[in-house]
Ligand binder design. Sequence first.
Ligand SMILES: [Zn+2]
Length: 126
Amino acid sequence: MSIEERLNYINGVQDFINCTSSKIQDTLSALGWNASELKYTDVNNAQCPFDRGHWMPSEKLPAHIEICALKKEGYSGSETLLPPSCGNEKYAIKIDSETRKQVLRSAFSANPRLKLGSFQLSLLIL
Ligand SMILES: [Zn+2]
């Protein structure tokens, strides 16, 4: 490649860079954003560990994680998990295996997105 061909190639690349930069500036301007400010606005944002496409202010991450984890398991965002037993057997409700299966079967038929682990497989087989 001759010197003249190289200079033409470099000029073409520079034109492409200038054109692309102009398009980026136009897009940022249309959105009301400023490129120099964008560099510093993401400092306090946090990424969801369950969905890498979810970003939010760091202080909102703990509440988001609870809801997002439930949604990943098939629950709706409005459902909450009950806390584990307090350890006092006297006040614990005991459910036999068959009743537990019926409850899970009923919940699964009401919401087929619900993830039940290995029990889900037995529902599909039966
Ligand atoms: Zn998330």
